[in-house]
Design a protein around this ligand. Structure first.
Ligand code: BGP
Length: 489
């Protein structure tokens, strides 16, 4: 199928970027913020940078928003720090926390930028962890509900786009890496209890938003990694479907249809898993009708029939050297593999712009809900060059092709209302500190040395600004040939 015209974007399309509190703010010990589990998790993963500095957005937010405005942003997706807003078990609201987020929101709105806020992005306050045992105990549901209500009551007059829990699916799939499995004795089974509690928290957030925010819209944020079968061998096809279910579809189906799908129930039965669903739980979930899906999509994966002789739980490249990715292999379920048809980043993430179009089409076909892209991005090793600049050609190519594929998906008939790639400034990577940079703006700091934290626009900033200001017409290159190539592939 060939389209005659290049794709176009709706006139009120949200062009922006994305971040998360603990990865960008710093100031973890200032103005009453109490520790969050992620601070400690990062510290145990030294030599990764210390969250207490990060990109120091807490002190640079005005400069950062001014740069967003200069770039032409119409949206900015960020998260709130629960432990900055409610630092202790007494549930008292920290006025300094409120002040910071009010200032940031007001600054954004004055710059013509629509805030899109994530309620929870991996940073559970330590006091909640201690009191409730993390996500393991149902008492967290009430704490989370209270926190969400504080956010909606204080910011809902100006913020109309909300996101519940960032990448709940990845928090379960990568439980060890993200610290969610802490304290569990049998993670294989316990994760489904934790996941159910997270679903109840998600439901509370959706319900409270609709109750408290006039005109408010809210959705979940799945980390979406489409799975292509390695070959047309039937076993590979089923393995790819298993991977699809066990890494994302279980979550997406629940958010949209508000019940556990039959694959999930069969899986629990087969593995003798009790997710501890209590009377009233599914009625609560049933009430949590989402308005849209926020999609984080960086890459695709390849699924194939597993080798049943060994188990490798999660797939990661911890070194930042190409070729060192350890692929998961789950006996009886699926294995993942390298896709030889696409390039990879230094952390072996497949660079596959087509997966953006594929994901949007897939999710639209399954769920018929509007979508906003809340993450996609190119993570690389970078430092200021001798000319004092960052020539990030690979990032430009990545963003250009991913954004173009959003355009193609829109042309295919999918409803997408924004692109917020990861990230605006450089910030802490989840697992790789400052060594893995994603920003359109370089922040002069490293894992070992805080340096002066000055901001420097990368070449991608200038390129993206032109794309935004032309509402998706100025790609910085002729896209016709690339479009034909994509269409004919
Ligand atoms: C997403 C997370 C982000 C971010 C991003 C990049 O899953 O929502 O917080 O970190 O991945 O991942 P990483 O930093 O590990 O490269």
């Amino acid at each position: 199928m060939k389209y005659k015209e290049l794709p176009t974007f709706p006139k009120d399309f949200f062009w922006g970027a994305s971040s998360a509190a603990w990865q960008v703010e710093g100031a973890t010990k200032e103005d009453g913020r109490s520790p969050a589990i992620i601070d400690l998790n990062s510290q145990t993963k030294k030599p990764y940078a210390d969250n207490s500095v990060a990109a120091d957005h807490y002190h640079h937010y005005k400069e950062d928003v001014a740069l967003m405005k200069e770039c032409g942003f119409t949206s900015y997706r960020f998260s709130l720090s629960w432990s900055r807003l409610i630092p202790a078990e007494d549930r008292k609201i920290n006025p300094k926390g409120l002040e910071f987020y009010n200032n940031l929101i007001n600054e954004l709105i004055a710059a013509g930028i629509t805030p899109i806020i994530t309620l929870y992005h991996y940073d559970m306050p330590c006091w909640v962890d201690e009191k409730c045992g993390g996500w393991r105990n149902r008492s967290i549901i009430e704490e989370f509900d209270y926190y969400c209500r504080v956010c909606f009551e204080n910011f809902g007059d100006r913020v109309k786009y909300w996101l519940s829990i960032n990448e709940q699916n990845m928090q379960i799939v990568y439980g060890d890496w993200l610290g969610v499995s802490k304290g569990c004795t049998d993670w294989f089974k316990d994760k489904w209890k934790i996941n159910h509690i997270m679903n109840l928290c998600h439901a509370k957030a959706i319900i409270a938003c609709h109750e408290l925010v006039e005109g408010g819209k809210i959705g979940p944020v799945p980390g979406y990694v489409p799975i292509y079968p390695e070959t047309c061998k039937p076993e590979d096809q089923i393995a790819a479907m298993n991977a699809e279910e066990l890494t994302q579809k279980i979550w997406d189906d629940l958010y949209v249809f508000r019940e556990y799908n039959s694959f999930t129930k069969n899986y629990w039965k087969e593995h003798d898993i009790d997710p501890d669903i209590r009377p009233g739980d599914m009625e609560l979930i049933e009430q949590a009708k989402i308005d849209f899906i926020a999609v984080n999509c960086y890459r695709s994966d390849v699924g194939k029939a597993p080798d049943n002789s060994y188990k490798q739980e999660i797939g990661l490249n911890k070194t930042g050297k190409k070729g060192e990715f350890v692929y998961p292999n789950l006996p009886g379920e699926y294995a993942l593999a390298r896709n030889p048809f696409v390039e990879v980043t230094d952390w072996d993430w497949h660079i596959d712009a087509t997966c953006m179009r594929y994901s949007l089409r897939y999710l639209w076909d399954h769920y018929h809900l509007p979508m906003v892209i809340t993450e996609a991005g190119f993570g690389g090793h970078e430092d200021l060059g001798e000319d004092g600049k960052i020539h990030d050609e690979e990032r430009i190519n990545y963003l250009r092709e991913y954004a173009f594929n959003i355009g193609l998906a829109i042309q295919d008939g999918v409803e997408v209302f924004g692109f917020n790639p990861w990230s605006f400034t450089d910030l802490l990577s989840t697992g790789n500190g400052m060594a893995k940079r994603y920003g359109l703006v370089f922040v002069n700091t490293t894992d070992d040395d805080a340096r002066d934290l000055t901001r420097h626009k990368k070449d991608s900033f200038t390129w993206y600004s032109k794309l935004i200001k032309s509402n998706g017409k100025d790609w910085g290159t002729d896209m016709t040939a690339w479009q034909d190539f994509q269409k004919n592939k």
